[in-house]
Write a protein that binds this ligand. Structure first.
Ligand code: FAD
Ligand code: DHB
Length: 389
């Protein structure tokens, strides 16, 4: 077959790009290696920046978001048993919206189904070819499989995908962190209005939510740990200890999902090669503190979508700048995510006890400064609510 854009990966990035191209009258196919059920079952991010919400609204993809998204006016930072509220509306005039990635993917897929898009699941052996020529193509299903000729290939295939490694000489700038997040979903009404990010001597903890009936909570754990080490009782005990403040109760409920996520920062040296362009996790990964992974994917896609629409109208100026523009924004996001992460996690990897105590005490200083200075609060709010696309 022949199409204008072959999108590899049906995560939020690939699915959203399809909708933007459709509105620009550009033909596309989306090729996904996993099953539809698997893609719909993945529980991941939960917070949308205002810019992400605005884009979904502009595209008319916000019906479910408008019905189920929860608008939040700020966050709490907690340390030394005290909770401090940062009011984003007061500080920078912006809000964020709690809306699960799972719900977003379900809605984007349902809309593709409704408009009859070509979205294929369980496609094996997706391989881009001749990306540095004017006639790239993608093969699927091995030697006996199909060839898809196209003008542009988009790698929306996440961190473990095939597109980034197809770029000759691509470099990785990256670091890993000596901790991981244990995340749970629980059938219990959230015990807080806004999200709580807490530093406790036992480790980081966080209280988020998915709806008025479902809570999402996270605990810092060691990267080598398995969910089998964490019984439901142990999880609730740790959450009670780390999130507890006088006069407040954390409600408990049945845990319906439990998983451990490693944490890393990663940026590819380029997001383009010839006719191949990378978006989302294929090009960069942030540690989850600060909720930037999904929002970065949406920012890339908004920019690439606009650039491709112009390209197919005969104007290549935006597309030529895509990688530089997306990476310039991404490095600011990387800096913010690393800063939030290091400020809020316990650095057990520091072997020397005095150095470890110094580190912890200076993190408290950082938190005291951040919650105590309106300028520092505004800087956090501006970045958390989202830099312009
Ligand atoms: P993905 O969602 O990874 O989608 C890529 C798609 O490509 C997948 O469907 C994959 O199956 C498919 N694919 C891969 N290889 C191939 C191939 N060879 N051929 C065809 N298809 C392929 N962010 C936050 O902000 N907060 C969080 O709490 C949070 N939690 C996370 C937990 C986990 C376990 C992970 C992995 C990520 C988490 N993130 C979180 C990050 C956020 O979910 C991602 O940034 C977001 O999913 C990026 O979207 P994407 O479409 O670029 O990539
Ligand atoms: C969620 C995840 C995050 O990484 C974050 O910073 C805030 C919320 C969530 O899954 O709800």
């Amino acid at each position: 077959m022949r199409t204008q854009v072959a999108i590899i990966g049906a995560g939020p990035a690939g699915l959203l790009l399809g909708h933007i191209l459709r509105r620009a009258g550009v033909g596309f196919v989306i090729l996904e290696q996993k099953s539809r059920e698997y893609v719909l079952g993945r529980v991941r991010a939960g917070v949308l920046e205002q810019g992400s919400v605005d884009i979904l609204r502009e595209l008319g993809l916000d019906a479910d978001l408008a019905a189920r998204g929860l608008t939040h006016h700020g966050i709490y930072l907690q340390y030394e048993g005290e909770r401090h509220h940062l009011d984003f509306v007061d500080l920078v005039g912006r809000t964020v919206t709690v809306y699960g990635q799972q719900a977003l993917v379900r809605h984007l897929l349902a809309e593709h189904h409704r408009i009859g898009s070509d979205v294929r699941f369980e496609v094996d052996g997706v391989t881009p070819h001749d990306i540095d020529t004017d006639a790239p193509f993608v093969t699927i299903g091995g030697p006996e499989g199909e060839r898809i000729d196209c003008d542009i290939v988009v790698g929306a295939d996440g961190y473990h995908g095939v597109c980034r490694p197809a770029i000759p000489g691509v470099q990785a700038l990256e670091r890993s962190y000596p901790y991981a997040w244990l995340g749970i979903l629980a059938d219990v009404a959230p015990s807080t209005d806004d999200l709580i990010y807490a530093l406790h001597p036992d480790g980081f903890a966080m209280h988020s939510m998915r709806s008025r009936e479902v809570s999402r909570l996270y605990l810092q754990v060691d990267p080598g740990e398995s969910v089998d080490d964490w019984s439901d009782e142990r999880i609730w005990e740790a959450l009670q200890t780390r999130l507890g403040v006088p006069g407040w109760t954390l409600r408990e409920g049945a845990i319906t999902e439990k998983s451990i996520t490693p944490m890393r920062s990663f940026v590819a040296s380029t997001l383009e090669h010839g006719r191949l362009f990378l978006v989302g996790d294929a090009g960069h990964i942030v540690p989850p503190t600060g909720a930037k992974g999904l929002n970065s994917a949406i920012a890339d896609v908004a920019l690439l979508g606009r650039s491709l629409a112009a390209h197919f109208r005969g104007d290549d100026a935006l597309l030529k700048r895509y990688s530089d523009s997306a990476l310039a924004r991404q490095w600011k996001v990387q800096q913010f995510s690393q800063w939030m992460t290091e400020m809020l996690h316990v650095h057990r990897e520091v072997a020397d006890e005095a150095a470890r105590a110094f580190r912890y005490r200076s993190q408290l200083g950082q938190l005291e400064y951040t919650t105590g200075s309106r300028h520092a609060q505004a800087a956090l709010a501006e970045q958390y609510a989202g830099l312009p696309f």
